[in-house]
Design a protein around this ligand. Structure first.
Ligand code: AHM
Ligand code: MG
Length: 335
């Protein structure tokens, strides 16, 4: 790349040339990126900043909150509430929606986020991230309620994540492909480092938490057994495995070099459709994956077509290289 293109310039050009980004949405994305820079700073300080360890509280899903889960949530709320671009926010770490206070102007967008994904990796210095999804508030109604958020992932107008790893990288789609921006710490800005990200349709790498194998459903077991059988098995090729336990980092690897990621329903808690959250994790990641030529299903159905019934809904997730996702989906549908 001859001259550096900042996130700001990228968004302005998308707005100007393609008309894809109305100015309120552009502002929103810039503010989210700024918040991610702040979270990245806190993550980098680690023990020196006193940000490691648990906060001693639980979120609505009964998970123990880490200090950084709460810090990241606050950074996102504070950065976004006053700009006039949002009507309300929803977070994996908050019981109910956060309506923009009356003292600020209300905008037309809804922002959803998993403020700190991969919480179990915070204290061990492994990549973690922030995942976000943007919806439009349905027209015609005054005020905003939880029901306004219950839109299928196909309705998203922007989605992305920021991974805090060896580099801090922001990955974004507004429905025109996927672009990646790397944080230039000297300049304090995100710089475009890859456009038109494409995921190879085939792969020899899968990501799943193998310790849950005995709890899986038959189609997932069949798929993984066939991968493990390698060259001598029905697939006729060897597979490699990776599991980072940070969805952001696993998805980032898949966007970079292909692969398939699965967090399927399992028998540990049969009443739950899965571990991951539809609105904060599965929807934004599925749209990014599809925009890069991959596929994302819950084993039976395209994730982006699922009509949510509650804010903190969980879902089974299979996403990544198209042919592999289609294969494991066909095993579920017995095609
Ligand atoms: P979190 O948002 O509380 O961090 O939970 C989601 C994470 C994903 O990033 C990751 O894929 C998964 O949970 C790992 O789960 P497990 O520890 O069961 O392997
Ligand atoms: Mg998460």
């Amino acid at each position: 790349m001859s001259s550096k293109i900042s996130l700001t310039r990228y968004l302005v050009e998308q707005q100007r040339v393609d008309g894809l980004i109305p100015s309120q949405l552009r502002l929103l994305l810039e503010v989210v990126a700024r918040a991610c820079k702040g979270i990245s700073q806190a993550v980098n300080k680690g023990a020196l900043g006193g940000v490691l360890g648990t906060a001693g509280t639980e979120n609505v899903q009964g998970e123990v909150q880490k200090k950084l889960d709460i810090i990241a949530n606050e950074v996102l709320i504070e950065a976004n509430e006053w700009g006039g671009h949002l009507a309300a926010m929803a977070s994996e770490e908050m019981d109910s929606i956060y309506v923009v206070p009356n003292r600020y102007p209300q905008g037309e967008y809804l922002l959803l986020f998993d403020p700190l994904d991969g919480s179990s990796n915070i204290d061990v210095n492994v990549s973690i991230g922030t995942i976000f999804s943007v919806l439009k508030k349905p027209e015609g109604l005054a005020g905003v309620t939880e029901a306004d958020f219950l839109q299928a992932g196909a309705k998203q107008v922007a989605a992305g994540y920021c991974v805090y790893g060896p580099q801090t990288t922001l990955v974004l789609t507004v429905g025109d492909g996927v672009a990646m921006f790397t944080l230039d710490r000297e300049q304090g800005s995100f710089v475009l480092t890859q456009e038109n990200v494409r995921i190879p349709e085939d792969t020899q790498e899968f990501a799943i938490n193998m310790s849950n194998m005995r709890h899986w459903d038959a189609p997932v077991k069949r798929y993984i057994d066939e991968c493990l059988a390698g060259k001598e098995g029905p697939r006729g090729k060897d597979f490699n495995m990776r599991w980072i336990a940070s969805m952001v980092a696993d998805v980032h690897r898949i966007l970079t070099r292909g692969g398939v990621f699965m967090y399927p329903w399992d028998k540990r808690e049969p009443e739950k459709p899965g571990k991951l959250r539809l609105m904060y994790e599965a929807n934004p990641m599925s749209w990014l994956i599809e925009q890069a030529g991959g596929a994302a299903t819950n084993g039976r159905q395209r994730i982006l077509d699922i009509a949510p019934t509650k804010l903190h809904e969980r879902v089974s997730v299979m996403l990544g290289s198209k042919n592999e996702v289609e294969r494991v989906t066909s095993y579920h549908l017995k095609l």
